[in-house]
Design a protein around this ligand. Structure first.
Ligand code: GLU
Length: 413
């Protein structure tokens, strides 16, 4: 399996080379400024204490505080978290947010923890990292298997470390009643849907005559399926960690979401056929949305992919080797750092609203997100045309333009 850190370093190197940037830029950005490892002892329900390992990586604060989610997953590693924090930097850069990249992770299986254990783990993680976090320092958010309830516990715990004074701006993706923003929940998928629509327009593809396949039916995947279905895209298949379902006539997304809510999986959905996760990726469709984990589209399956557009709702789903194969086959890959930037864009709006203490309507957030995504998409597409490079390299170039200027002005290079 391709190491995520190697992947992001290769992508960065490629963009630096095309841009003819001096070696120093790569040297400064090739690793995070700081990556902390923490041990979190948690009192389990059976009375015993278990220690979990967690990480927080802060890639660069050249453009502003570090920003990025926290994932709870059994496969979390330090290198993965480092890579994810680097992707956050380039993501914030491509959409012009005043942030650098951060990412956190805890090695655990949250599905095997009780609510009480989950709360104690979430609080423990923040308690130990509190001195390294803050609204002007490093601002976490949800990621794989973390949600608004976990953000609420974390904000509460962090506030305790600041004499009990509410620190809403330390974390985003909170429940609306605790300083969360309208539209944050669906923001990753909404931004991804906007990017898909922009790409379809450029490629003369009519969404109402299109089909889509969704890998991963969590927050990003399920919301993306719903938004695409609203635009009359037929959702042919969807998967989660337990399996994949397919229907040639299209799945009823609302019913599938209900089925997943009540059974915990998309598996066994009425009227659908079960397929393997590998088959799902290579189904004949217009749009493929990888919305799960890294390393899904590789040199093993890239040649068999039939979609015209791949929209990366997940971080790092495509390896550099697969990228080359897809590029040679004229498949348009909307890269993660652009396709899933909607989440961090609305996180930024949440943080701004927290600083102001003044909150926007859902319409206001939606409009701002649409404009931000559209501008970032156009800037990336123009760069692609101008330089004759894949969209991913173009997105890095847009991002690196900003970072490079900041690094120069700060005399860090
Ligand atoms: N975890 C999300 C991502 O990978 C959101 C980060 C944020 O909102 O800060 O983009």
């Amino acid at each position: 399996m391709k190491n995520a850190l190697t992947m992001v370093q290769e992508q960065l190197q490629q963009a630096c080379t095309v841009m003819n940037l001096c070696e120093d830029v790569y040297e400064v950005l090739k690793l995070p400024q700081r990556c902390l490892q923490v041990s979190i002892p948690v009192k389990m329900d059976d009375g015993r204490t278990k220690t979990f390992v967690g990480y927080r990586s802060q890639h660069t604060d050249a453009l502003g505080p570090c920003k990025g989610g926290i994932r709870f997953h059994p496969d979390v590693t330090q290198e993965e978290v480092m890579a994810l924090s680097m992707w956050m930097t380039f993501k914030c850069g491509v959409v012009g947010l005043p942030y650098g990249g951060g990412k956190g992770g805890v090695v655990c299986d949250p599905r095997k923890l009780s609510q009480g254990e989950l709360e104690r783990l979430s609080r423990g993680y923040i308690r130990i990292l509190a001195r390294n976090l803050g609204a002007d320092q490093d601002i976490p958010a949800p990621d794989v298997y973390t949600d608004s309830q976990i953000m609420a516990w974390m904000m509460d715990e962090y506030s305790k470390s600041r004499a009990g004074i509410n620190q809403f701006g330390v974390i985003t993706g909170k429940p609306i009643i605790l300083g969360g923003s309208e539209g944050r929940d669906s923001a990753t998928a909404q931004g991804c849907a906007f990017a898909i629509r922009d790409a379809a327009r450029k490629l003369d593809i009519r969404l109402s005559q299109s089909t889509a396949v969704i890998q991963g039916f969590g927050n990003a995947g399920a919301h993306a399926a719903r938004l695409l279905a609203d635009w009359d895209v037929d959702i042919l298949a969807a998967s989660d960690s337990s399996g994949a379902v397919y229907s040639a006539n299209g799945l009823n997304v609302e019913e599938l979401i209900q089925h997943k809510d009540s059974t915990g999986s998309v598996k066994g959905f009425g009227g659908s056929e079960e397929i393997s996760s590998d088959e799902l990726l290579t189904l004949d469709c217009t749009i493929l949305v990888p919305a799960a984990l890294e390393n899904q589209i590789t040199e093993q399956n890239a040649a068999d992919i039939k979609a015209a557009i791949i929209a990366e709702a997940a971080n790092g789903p495509t390896t550099p080797e697969a990228d080359s194969i897809l590029y040679a086959r004229d498949i348009v890959v909307i890269p993660d750092i652009l396709a899933n930037a909607g989440g961090v864009i609305v996180s930024y709006y949440e943080w701004v609203q927290n600083q102001m203490g003044y909150y926007w309507s859902a319409e206001e957030v939606h409009k701002k997100l649409r404009t931000a995504m559209h501008e970032a998409f156009n800037a990336t597409w123009e760069m692609r045309e101008l330089k004759g490079v894949p969209l991913r390299t173009a997105a890095y170039m847009v991002s690196l333009d900003r970072l490079h200027e900041a690094l120069q002005l700060r005399s860090w290079i």
